[in-house]
Design a protein. Sequence first.
Length: 472
Amino acid sequence: MSAPRVVSLGLWAFLLCCLLCGSAPAQSASPAAWKSRTIYQLLTDRFAQTSDGSYAPCNNLSNYCGGSFQGIINHLDYIIGMGFDAIWISPIVTNTPGGYHGYWSQDLFGINPHFGTADDLRQLISACHARGVWVMLDVVANHMGGNVPMSQLSPFNQSEHYHRCVACPSNCQINDYTPEVQLCKLAGLPDLNQTNPYVKSQLINWIRTLMDYGFDGLRIDTVPEIEPGFWVDFVSAANTYAVGEVFSDLSCCATYQKQALPGVLSYPLFWTLRSVFQQKQSMNQLQSTFFSYQSQFADMDLLGTFIDNHDNARFLSGTSDYKLYQNAITYTLMAQGIPIIYYGTEQGYDGTNDPNNRESLWQTRFSTQNPLYQLIRTIVSYRKQAQVWQYPQVQRYSDDTFYAFTRGTTFVALTNAGSNSGTLMRTITYHPYKEGTKLCEIFYPTDCVVVQNGSFPVYLDNGESKIFYPVN
Ligand SMILES: *[C@@H]1O[C@H](CO)[C@@H](O)[C@H](O)[C@H]1NC(C)=O
Ligand SMILES: *[C@@H]1O[C@H](CO)[C@@H](O)[C@H](O)[C@H]1NC(C)=O
Ligand SMILES: *[C@@H]1O[C@H](CO)[C@@H](O)[C@H](O)[C@H]1NC(C)=O
Ligand SMILES: *[C@@H]1O[C@H](CO)[C@@H](O)[C@H](O)[C@H]1NC(C)=O
């Protein structure tokens, strides 16, 4: 009697779901759901080729190197092996010649044939979803690619689709915050006029079409280069979490999170992390940035936290000290925000400015032996086990060379002293633990301290970072 009943209940649930879900718009991940994710950022052209072949490195980083959607599918284990449960892929649309990075759109509705077909893209997304990995797509709505006649750009082939600004510089930069920033030609590229009703409706139509592939979120290029009201409509049409690039200072980033997008890339923190860990400037800068973030951002948990990306010389191009990098990575993965690790970080890549920071990855043979690969795996695994995103960041200690914070009962200790700096000791008196609590460490689990007389000591040897958790 009971077995058929279970079957029929299951059948009813199935039919009900078909009725309810069938007509609803494609469901995508909400901003709140993204808070628990850890993102691996990659450039499709540079991560993996369809066939690994000889693993020879790319010899011209200014042009296509041969990476593909199928290459990503082939090497998902490598990404998942570090614990990542989301990837951010570079833009997928057909680009003008040389647009290996994807930021030079030629045909918004075409898929870049260098990376594969629309079906290959769908297979990538389903392969990711089958492994519990979300896919974030990078999109550009500010400009199209250059170096081709306007008649070859689609669907914007008329001069009225672009801003005509006589007073603007013909070539502006991403960090120019002049009043013309919304009208000028970024890097000289044709600048779309989103006030034109055809342009706006096509861009909205386009993002809906892209979301139908099954993407879980968006990374949005050049946010301050378009007025905030456009982004509200764009993100609403996409119906998903979006993190935007605001290549600017804190008050500017905070304004865009309030007025335009659920999340922005955490550029102000990026500069602080570079200053503190790469340039070894006072760690009190972390304190001031953190307090400013708390007072100015609408939601720190929705910011995209990073230490490297495709637009800046890599961290290790400014120092070869892995211990400093370890601390910067530890902060990135444990602080409030959605962590984003740029491909190649785990292999100790040290490329300078673009395109040298866009190295091919395959020459590493996707080895998992690099200590940075293992460091990331250990921290991300802990991050998930302790669900640190559920707990606010509380600063516990700050001076020139030592900084500590907690997330719930997790204690994170950092230094910018660097390798060969001997032992640094601090006594922690401001903490959430009861007398007698034993705290052990994730990298060396037998390394434990006990809270006595209200305090506990933290020892950092030769510039290491530590993450403690209570065991009793
Ligand atoms: C690399 O590619 C760029 C862009 O196509 C081209 O201009 C340049 O000549 C190439 N360099 C070499 C060394 O082949
Ligand atoms: C622009 O594209 C439209 C639609 O494809 C086409 O009908 C029209 O001829 C094109 N105009 C120019 C100037 O190329
Ligand atoms: C943008 O388009 C609108 C509507 O077509 C037009 O009024 C405006 O002058 C254009 N702006 C520029 C700078 O070309
Ligand atoms: C704790 O405080 C008591 C009383 O001041 C003192 O006798 C004891 O040595 C302290 N223990 C530690 C581990 O500091």
